[in-house]
Design a protein around this ligand. Structure first.
Ligand SMILES: Cc1cc2nc3c(=O)[nH]c(=O)nc-3n(C[C@H](O)[C@H](O)[C@H](O)COP(=O)(O)OP(=O)(O)OC[C@H]3O[C@@H](n4cnc5c(N)ncnc54)[C@H](O)[C@@H]3O)c2cc1C
Ligand SMILES: *[C@@H]1O[C@H](CO)[C@@H](O)[C@H](O)[C@H]1NC(C)=O
Ligand SMILES: *[C@@H]1O[C@H](CO)[C@@H](O)[C@H](O)[C@H]1NC(C)=O
Ligand SMILES: *[C@@H]1O[C@H](CO)[C@@H](O)[C@H](O)[C@H]1NC(C)=O
Length: 638
């Protein structure tokens, strides 16, 4: 145990100047420590397998930005872990610029957001925050924990004929996740300290048909906040509409994520080496046999090597290294970096690889196609008065941040930790829209005292710049657009790939797919506005009047609202770019056991593997498939 710690801790807290390491030998190598790679690497090591987990970022768990749930906006702008990835929602740049979030770069990592850029600025598109860190995006996401729908798994079972994906069998993997992950909702008593905020929520309940009598508003709301959207006992949970609490990856008001599981695996002496600040540049193969066999990776030790990091401007060059996996290599670099790494290593569409003179190891046309995401759209209002709960919150961790002090001074009683012991989104409406293909919930409409309009440079400051905004914002689940792509921009592994989402009518349109998706969003905007009008029926709680800012009260009628949705929608659940599929599907990249088709000893386990974007949120399904992959790798298929 002592000896192991000696080996492991210097790696975990690697100093900036790395020593070259070549031909390291492991049974398993996992690339990327996020939602997909983290649980898997930990499980392999816990079963005694000598495992290397390679992660581009570093351990940020002592950083308050990743610990305080109330800093969920600030953390996405923290240069110690953020990657500024830019994407296109529309390839037509004129159309793309209808989005007020469209961003120009005026100097490296300095941005102009919106129209009228200064002369010489270069167009970048839409910011898509990602993280490099132990735990991947899980220490910097919005903490929302929603488990997937049964149909998500059953569809994979029927697509592949592999019944181990049936939802009855998948439940065990969710229970495995709960062995190491704490989740809890916002403590409802926190809301009792802010009746004007409670008034917005109770109005949301009314819009979902569950509004309590105004004289009973507070008690009624507290009861409704007992509704768990992840209920494991409600047999019709996937289609149950209504007003719900929002479960968070949080323990007693601290953020929880997979980095804690990884660290405890190391601390308990299991054979897991975590190599942070190391970026994998290539998969190596043995091509002497009939099918290519993955043998390991080439990497570079060094901090902030990927150019999406603002710190890359001043990073020192990396030091080359390599490692061999006697059994298997698993790629878990996320929906953008996994296809990029596969392609750079010779696995992908042969025309694209040929264009970059990359020797083809295996022609797999599906790599980097089928990119899916959800659409999110806000309805925002500004009140005449501030929300009391946010008094003293600066959201920036400066000494005068009274809300941080409250969070720090009350470590044990959740209800007393205040506004920072929540991500700010305490409740959601769950809806099966008129445009849904099945009875599954396909709309979540969240409410919170925040000015949330999506991601752009500076979004975190704007979101909390004042304390008088409230947003109902919609997330459209089970969307139909699968026309996104992740393509190489160059052969330099440190350049971000070119990402085109091809939104709405520029993407999947068969069967009116785009109209159905946008119709559901407009219905959600209508519901959000119903919630806002219900607000005035609960005036007894003392809230102040408000004005709608977005879409704005002049934007009415389905056509205008559709245009609004198409202009401003965003997403943050990118997935499906190296999808599992049936034997006879030429675009399927993986078989039902996560194995890259036509290559030995190589699997993919992260957001990329889904044939169809699962459920309402993405972290829970990724953690679940990571647990499944560990079982498949350790015990074979059953
Ligand atoms: C701002 C934001 C808010 C979000 N909010 C929520 C939410 O509330 N709820 C929810 O369910 N989901 C949320 N998500 C999405 C969710 O967190 C991610 O989809 C999920 O973490 C993806 O898991 P992954 O394993 O596929 O990739 P990641 O978690 O991104 O992990 C990939 C890891 O691989 C590393 N890596 C990449 N390339 C290399 C390389 N070549 N060499 C070495 N390492 C490499 C990266 O550094 C990273 O750590 C949010 C995402 C963002 C960005
Ligand atoms: C937290 O993130 C903010 C950016 O949002 C940054 O200014 C601050 O320095 C970060 N804090 C730490 C401890 O890194
Ligand atoms: C929460 O985090 C603080 C450090 O920020 C730590 O002292 C405390 O023990 C943590 N509590 C739990 C329950 O993990
Ligand atoms: C939204 O509400 C308007 C006004 O009530 C109505 O005309 C329209 O059909 C609704 N749209 C959708 C998509 O539900």
């Amino acid at each position: 145990m002592e000896l192991l710690n000696l080996i492991v801790f210097p790696l975990l807290f690697l100093s900036p100047v790395a020593t070259a390491a070549t031909d390291l030998e492991y049974e398993y190598i996992v690339v990327g420590s996020g939602a997909g790679g983290g649980p898997l690497a930990s499980r392999l090591a816990r079963e005694g397998r000598k495992t290397l987990l390679i992660e581009a970022g570093s351990d940020q768990s002592d950083n308050l930005n990743t610990t305080v749930p109330g800093y969920q906006a600030a953390v996405t702008e923290d240069p110690s872990l953020r990657w500024d990835i830019f994407v296109n929602h529309y390839q037509d740049q004129t159309r793309a610029q209808h989005d007020p979030k469209y961003t120009w770069e005026t100097a490296p990592f300095e941005y102009h957001v919106g129209p009228n850029p200064p002369e010489g600025a270069s167009p970048r598109g839409i910011l898509y925050p990602r993280a490099q860190a132990l735990g991947g995006c899980t220490p910097h996401n919005a903490l929302i924990w929603i488990t997937p729908h049964d149909s998500d798994w059953d569809n994979i079972a029927s697509l592949t004929g592999d019944s181990s994906w049936a939802h009855e069998n998948m439940d065990q993997y969710l229970q495995k996740v709960y062995e190491w992950l704490y989740t809890e909702p916002t403590d409802p008593t926190i809301l009792l300290n802010d009746l004007p905020l409670a008034q917005q929520y109770v109005a949301g309940a009314a819009a979902s048909g569950q509004g309590p009598d105004p004289l009973n508003a507070v008690e009624g709301l507290l009861n409704l906040l007992g509704n768990d959207p992840n209920s494991q006992i409600n047999p019709t949970r996937d289609s149950t509409q209504g007003f719900f609490q929002v479960p968070l990856t949080m323990n007693a008001g601290n953020r929880t994520d997979v980095s804690q599981f990884i660290k405890s695996t190391v601390a308990e002496g299991f054979p897991l080496d975590v190599r942070t600040n190391a970026f994998v540049t290539k998969i190596t193969f043995d091509q002497s046999g009939a099918t290519p066999k993955a043998t390991g990776v080439e990497f570079q030790d060094g901090e902030y090597l990927y150019r999406a990091s603002p710190r890359s401007l001043h990073s020192r060059p990396g030091v080359s290294g390599s490692a061999k996996a006697a059994k298997e290599l698993i790629i878990s670099a996320g929906a953008y970096n996994t296809p990029q790494l596969l392609k750079l290593s010779g696995i992908g569409p042969k025309e694209e690889l040929a264009k970059f003179n990359i020797p083809i190891v295996k022609d797999l046309p599906g790599v980097g196609t089928n990119l899916m995401d959800r659409y999110e759209v806000p309805v925002n209002v500004q009140h005449e008065k501030d929300f009391p709960i946010l008094k003293g919150c600066t959201f920036d961790e400066k000494p005068h941040d009274e809300c941080l002090k409250k969070w720090e001074d009350n470590p044990y009683i959740l209800g007393q930790r205040g506004a920072y012991a929540t991500n700010g989104l305490a409740a959601t409406l769950a809806v099966n829209s008129d445009y849904a293909s099945t009875s599954d919930i396909d709309l979540y409409i969240f409410g919170g005292p925040i000015n949330f309009q999506g991601y752009f440079p500076g979004w975190a400051e704007q979101a909390v710049a004042d304390h008088s905004h409230f947003s109902w914002y919609t997330l459209k689940a089970h969307g139909r657009n699968r026309a996104g792509t992740v393509e190489l921009q160059s052969t330099d592994p440190f350049d971000q790939p070119r990402i085109n989402f091809n939104y709405f009518d520029t993407g999947t349109t068969a069967g009116g797919a785009d109209d159905l998706d946008v119709g559901a969003i407009v219905q959600a905007i209508n519901i959000s506005r119903n919630a806002l009008s219900e607000y005035y029926n609960y005036g007894i709680l003392g809230g102040s009047p408000f004005e709608e800012e977005n879409p704005g009260k002049d934007v009415t009628g389905d056509e205008d609202l559709e245009q609004y949705a198409k202009d401003v929608a965003w997403g943050h659940h990118a997935s499906c770019t190296a999808a599992i599929g049936g034997e006879d599907d030429p675009n399927s990249v993986l078989d039902s056991q996560f194995r890259v088709r036509g290559v030995q000893n190589l699997r993919v386990v992260d957001a990329s593997i889904f044939p169809d974007i699962p459920g309402v949120f993405i972290t829970a399904p990724i953690y679940i498939i990571s647990e499944k992959a560990a079982d498949v790798i350790l015990n074979g298929s059953k």
